[in-house]
Design a protein around this ligand. Sequence first.
Ligand code: SF4
Length: 497
Amino acid sequence: MTRADGRLTADLDPLDHGPQDACGVIGIYAPGEDVSKLTYFGMYALQHRGQESAGMAVSDGRRTMVFKDMGLVSQVFDEATLNSLVGHLAIGHTRYSTTGSSVWDNAQPTFRSRPGGGGLSLAHNGNLTNAEELEALIAARDPGHEVPHKDRMDSSNDTSLVTALMTTYDEPVEKLAMTVLPLLKGAFSLVFMDDTTLYAARDPQGIRPLVLGRLHSGWVVASETAAIDIVGGTFVREIEPGEMVTIDAAGLRTCRFARARPKGCIFEYVYLARPDTVISGRRVHNVRVKIGKILAQEAPAEADLVIPVPESGTPAAIGYADESGIKYGMGLVRNNYVGRTFIQPSQTLRNLGIRLKLNPLRDVIEGRRLVVVDDSIVRGNTQRQLIRMLREAGAAEVHVRISSPPVQWPCFYGIDFATRAELIAPGLSVDEICRSIGADSLAYISLEGLVRATHVPTDDLCRACFDGVYPVEVPRGAEPMLAEAHLTHTTQEGTQP
Ligand code: SF4
């Protein structure tokens, strides 16, 4: 079965993708600069956060133009398109969507005309958990207002609701945002703009990252510091949880729409963020190396060689090798972009499974006892195929070490793991998973060890996919499947101004 756009559905996808991020966002205010091209390169730096659609809104101070389409940044934009997007103010977005919802309507930025004239464009990383409430609010405020069509929306296009709600107010955007932002629940790192001004806001828990940088002639806000580096900016600071930043001809202003109650996503450190990004003052690569060191202390192995599952397992494998004294080597070569092709593989190619994505280096592997370091196990299919492939390539033993604890619970804050029923960890013990994937031994880092590697206080991190402690309200209807989880969000203090 394929989706309407010809891509494989997840259940038949031989690559059994791991956790997927929901989006990357960037905003640039820089008079005198070629802003659409800067935004393009910033989006390129955030491509790992979403590969299904890309879009950009650009304004010259009088009029906003939006261009978006399905595909990678390089497939959506060409020189001619970028040359036609003229202005000094822009926002950009790269999007990942859940299966079946990868349609043009859900591409971002969203755009709506404002009641008093002009437009509002908005791009979102995260996932709101009170979409129904927002729909009701829009209908109550303006019964004639077009509410984004539910059937064509998925969990990440609750973004359209924010744009719709904001355009029910006939007030300056800076003012109406202070009314609307406290009404949103869940995870949101937003960049939005009217024809003259750039805004950036982060939910009171700061679940998804959002950072501020200085450009020679302006400012940049982005999901990750790596995007600031790539557009030639200098990192200034993180946008704080519960903060909104406004940037226009008068300069940069900041205000707070809610008290900060930090709960940054711990999975950004494990897998989601680029290794060259800095979160809470620490380079993600260094945190991942530290995770590998702690993993080696907690779960040693008798082996000849440590190999990563590239790329996300690489820093932790370096750390594991360093701490254990076991030699580090590259035993797998990754074919980076095969998972992003829009061409449907033939049955023969599909049977190749993981070989489409990873190719073993037989000379390195043959006769060796391997420690294989990976970032996570979601369904287990990838690891099962990988271990079979390593044994076929001559590995004497395969000891799997995972740089995150078992993923036990779904994420409602913008990451698509799988449903709880699809996850391998909830139903099986570690020994059973080890047998299921065919490894000689299997161990995960402890949650305590992972938290220690980040140097962030435990209480300031969201760890819900590992421990079921959800820091923010989950969507209505999700509670029954989380009966054993700890729903700690009975009050929404964090969203009060
Ligand atoms: S549930 Fe997991 S992936 Fe989702 S925000 Fe929390 S730590 Fe991150």
